[in-house]
Write a protein that binds this ligand. Structure first.
Ligand SMILES: Cc1cc2nc3c(=O)[nH]c(=O)nc-3n(C[C@H](O)[C@H](O)[C@H](O)COP(=O)(O)O)c2cc1C
Length: 345
């Protein structure tokens, strides 16, 4: 049986030194946030192993994958596993929850606090139909009054800060990000992360950053900008264009946690990539037992993207079922690199 609690995987001494040597970039209420790059909550990706790796590489905070308030109430094992965390992630550690019923939000948030959350984040951005059409995730954006009530009730009930993650609105005909951000702030919310798309856009088109700048000018709580930050240059650009307090990075961090150290994918050597893959796999096996290998595959293919002649290896890894074989394939690829380089020349 899984339980939510502290499992200490430890941050590297590099991260510890880094944290000790800098001033907080901003605060979420009383919680100091050291640095202004943050791994996005991502269902299926931002689990404890990946969060810990990203923190080691410079991500300033941890958000869990979004977790259903009803599943939390029912102690569903998968929900409790999603909420597990390393003590080293605290106090910059947020449990993200989603749902639509206000009373249940309060109950689930109280449970998150009891399970060790330092922050509770309300998901108002999930665009998946089975979530948003039921009034949860981005579905909440259609009910700003309810958002106000959720923040008022949850922040009154909890000792820890409550934050929110939103999109720009349901669709282009209902862009209510200003009203929603204001409702969050006016009702006790302590930070707002904004993905610059509407629910109707899903992940299509370009994320719009101008609305993030608008919200930043209007509210006093920290504003975290998000959407289509793919490179180190994008980090500088979204900061300059929005004035946001921090930048949240999702898809571009998969296979490249070094983006939190301001390194683009092509700047990372194959040796460093393979070393991190081995460590990530080890953390996955510790966290998920033998199922960790299967769950690691989707990360593995992303780590290898762009590395020469890695297509065959990626295919082999996707079907590989034994850890020893998986590691041997990585070793073999590493040893053959000179041969590949000679062939390419
Ligand atoms: C696979 C995947 C899972 C996601 N799961 C969540 C989630 O659990 N909670 C959430 O707030 N956003 C979730 N998102 C949205 C991201 O947090 C982020 O807002 C979005 O991907 C835009 O940022 P990006 O362009 O940096 O990826 C998810 C996105 C992806 C691609």
């Amino acid at each position: 049986m899984c339980f939510a609690g502290n499992t200490d995987l430890g941050l590297s001494s590099y991260s510890t030194r880094m944290i000790a040597s800098v001033q907080p970039s901003f605060y979420i209420r009383e919680i100091p946030i050291y640095g202004d790059l943050i791994l996005s909550p991502m269902d299926g990706f931002s689990d404890q192993p990946f969060r810990v790796l990203c923190r080691e590489h410079g991500s300033a905070m941890s958000y869990t994958e979004f977790t259903n308030i009803d599943a939390i109430q029912h102690d569903a094992w998968k929900a409790l596993r999603q909420l597990r965390h390393a003590s080293s992630e605290k106090p910059q550690f947020s449990m993200q929850i989603f749902g639509s019923d206000v009373d249940r939000f309060v109950e689930a948030a109280l449970k998150c606090e009891a399970l060790g959350a330092s922050i509770v984040d309300v998901n108002m951005g999930c665009s998946v139909a089975c979530v948003s059409s039921r009034g949860a995730g981005a579905g909440l954006l259609r009910e700003p009054q309810k958002i106000a009530e959720i923040f008022r009730r949850v922040s009154n009930a909890l000792h820890i800060p409550v934050t929110g993650k939103i999109r720009l609105g349901w669709d282009d005909g209902s862009l209510n990000y200003m009203e929603v951000a204001q409702a969050i702030e006016d009702n006790g919310g302590q930070a707002v992360a904004i993905h610059g798309r509407t629910k109707a856009q899903l992940y299509k088109g370009e994320a719009r950053w101008a609305p993030i700048a608008e919200v930043k000018r209007a509210v006093k709580i920290p504003v975290i900008g998000n959407g289509d930050v793919r490179t180190v240059a994008d980090i500088a650009r979204i900061k300059a264009e929005t004035g946001c307090d921090a930048v949240m990075i999702g898809r571009a961090a998969i296979g490249n946690p070094w983006i939190f150290s301001q390194l683009d994918r092509h700047e990372v050597t194959l040796d460093d990539t393979l070393a991190l893959m081995r460590r990530h796999l080890q953390l996955m096996l510790e966290f998920y037992d033998e199922h960790g290998l299967v769950l690691f595959r989707k990360h593995a293919v992303k780590y290898l993207l762009g590395h020469p002649y890695s297509a065959t290896l990626r295919n082999q890894l996707m079907t590989c079922e034994r850890v020893e074989e998986f590691l041997a394939l990585l070793d073999d690829y590493s040893q053959r690199r000179e041969y590949y380089a000679a062939e390419a020349a």
